[in-house]
Design a protein around this ligand. Structure first.
Ligand SMILES: NC(=O)c1ccc[n+]([C@@H]2O[C@H](COP(=O)([O-])OP(=O)(O)OC[C@H]3O[C@@H](n4cnc5c(N)ncnc54)[C@H](OP(=O)(O)O)[C@@H]3O)[C@@H](O)[C@H]2O)c1
Length: 361
């Protein structure tokens, strides 16, 4: 019997939204919903292992689909998946599963889709952790058949923290969406997976909203903007004669080791309230100027996401045969820059790191 899902109405800054936690949708209920399902996790890269291992620990039947020969295949074996029993090539796992989690990279989804589509059976659920392939279907060619559910749970964190937070007894928040409900069970399947992978709380979205916000976030504050503003400040300090150690401490180390932790605990105002009055005054005065300066860049970024231009760039770059080589070079450029080499030195001087070096001497 299908049961109604109760939601918690939470006030987010004056706007009430429905969310689901394990109080509204218990793990026992998730296990019940999934008791006759085989979850096939296709792709054992970053999200694959996090979600697969959490579900295994939560008593869900999980098999892994992964192309043979590479590191990911080996990693699945060392994590306990057994070739021919719980570990298969992609297509074989897709055929065996009833909920097919498409967790190869986004460019990999475009490349493998022609082989995966024929493996889907009537009543299966095709699951994504990103709205990418479906929203930009004209570019990716991912067009699910009508007789399957199409669902999404998108953890708002790296697959690594999906696993490590689960092991610590915490969780990563996830958004969820149903794009196509063929069986009439799409929503309960979605929430059951969301709870089984260890989500903190689940909030509703659409495939389109998820991908627009996600691409903006990672290009913006979470990664692109973060690295960009850090470099800009470091370079100004260096230009004016400050040492690398001083410039790095004032730009990165103080943020990661102290201030951002206060923001995580109790919000921005609380961090401001726990800094010197000199710092507070300056931060309050300069915040609007930075906000104004970057707002047009964010506007441009959002447009580029919505137009599909960001997708075009990603698919072109990540489908290139020398993709990993080129990526390695770009990351090396960051790692070998003075700023991030200074960072390595600063980290090595953290007391806990010095203790480790002393004991290994
Ligand atoms: N990374 C995250 O933490 C994160 C967070 C939220 C959502 N997501 C979403 O989760 C999904 C999976 O992302 P991910 O970051 O976990 O992926 P990833 O680590 O980039 O994916 C690598 C996996 O895809 C396989 N793969 C790539 N290209 C392939 C191809 N042409 N043929 C067959 N297999 C191929 C890889 O196999 P090999 O190892 O053999 O190359 C590996 O199993 C994506 O939709 C992503 O947007 C990711």
């Amino acid at each position: 019997m299908r049961r109604k899902v109760f939601m918690a109405k939470i006030d987010f800054g004056g706007i009430k939204e429905d969310v689901v936690t394990s109080e509204e949708f218990s793990l026992e209920r998730a296990q019940k919903v999934l008791e006759n399902e085989i979850v096939a996790v296709l792709g054992y890269g970053v999200q694959g292992p996090g979600q697969a291992l959490n579900m295994v620990d939560n008593g869900v039947k999980v098999i892994v689909g992964q192309r043979k020969g590479g590191q990911s295949w080996q990693r699945a074996i060392s994590d306990g998946f057994v070739p021919g029993e719980t570990l298969f090539p992609l297509e074989e796992a897709a055929e065996k599963g009833t909920i097919i989690q498409f967790l190869v990279s986004d460019a990999g989804q475009m490349a493998t889709w022609p082989n995966i589509r024929p493996c889907l059976k009537e009543g299966d659920a095709l699951y994504f952790s990103h709205g990418f392939s479906i929203t930009y279907t004209e570019q990716t060619g991912v067009n699910p058949p009508e007789q399957v559910d199409v669902i999404m749970v998108a953890p708002k964190g790296s697959g690594r923290t999906v696993r490590s937070n689960f092991l610590d007894g915490s969780g990563i928040n996830s958004s969820y969406a149903v794009y196509q409900d063929y069986t009439g069970r799409a929503k309960e399947r979605t929430l059951a997976i969301g709870i089984s992978i260890g989500s903190g709380y689940l909030f509703p979205t659409t495939f389109e909203k998820e991908v627009y916000s996600d691409l903006t976030g990672e290009r913006g504050v979470l990664m692109g903007c973060l690295a960009g503003v850090m470099e800009a400040q470091y370079n100004i300090l260096r230009k004016h004669g400050h040492s690398p150690s001083e410039a790095f401490n004032e730009t990165v180390e103080e943020l990661t080791q102290s201030l951002i932790r206060l923001v995580a605990e109790n919000g921005m105002d609380w961090m401001y309230a726990n800094c010197s009055t000199t710092a507070q005054r300056g931060a309050l005065d300069w915040k609007p100027r930075f906000k104004e300066a970057v707002a047009p860049v964010f506007e441009e970024l959002y447009k580029s996401v919505v137009s599909g231009e960001e997708t075009r760039i990603v698919l072109e770059a990540n489908s290139a045969p020398d993709y990993r080589e080129r990526l390695g070079k770009e990351l090396d450029e960051i790692r070998l820059s003075e700023m991030w080499r200074a960072g390595t030195a600063v980290r090595s001087l953290r007391p806990e790191m010095r203790k480790k070096t002393q004991t290994s001497r």
